[in-house]
Design a protein around this ligand. Structure first.
Ligand code: HEC
Length: 112
């Protein structure tokens, strides 16, 4: 993935547009309502998120996700994924960051 873009400018507009799209099924916070969960799960698998986390915490790697830790809001969770995106140079688009964060929320953090 070599595609470059300015994450800050783009993610702001996506963030602002999210609440305009109304309900889908599951109990997800407004920030993740419009997220593509299938895409998010696919990106998590493709980018070895869990295998790297496994090396640190063992098991299936999910112990890395600490819902009661410092990440305690949907916005913070999305911000953490954005940070990984930048640090690991993954080249995610803003809607991909949102999708990944939404899957982590559904499966681990469960913020409302
Ligand atoms: C090269 C190894 C590596 C890869 C690949 C990686 N991570 Fe991480 N991740 C870490 C480490 C190490 C931490 C702990 C950082 C800390 O506690 O400061 C972490 C922490 C996190 C956290 C914070 C957990 C919490 O509740 O505090 C999230 C969320 C996260 N990673 C998401 C991802 C996602 C999503 C991907 C894939 C797109 C990913 N990571 C890929 C190493 C990795």
């Amino acid at each position: 993935m070599t595609l470059r873009f300015n994450p800050c400018a783009l993610s702001l507009s996506v963030l602002l547009s999210v609440p305009l799209f109304m309900p889908q099924a599951a109990a997800q916070p407004a920030l993740f309502k419009d997220a593509d969960l299938k895409l998010g799960a696919q990106l998590i698998a493709q980018n070895n998120c869990d295998s790297c986390h496994q090396k640190r915490v063992g098991g299936d790697g999910s112990a890395m996700y600490k819902p009661l830790g410092r990440i305690n809001t949907p916005g913070f969770l999305r911000g953490m994924v954005e940070q990984c995106n930048t640090e690991l140079n993954l080249g995610f688009f803003p809607e991909e960051v949102t999708a990944v964060a939404a899957v982590l929320n559904r499966d681990h953090y469960k913020f409302k």
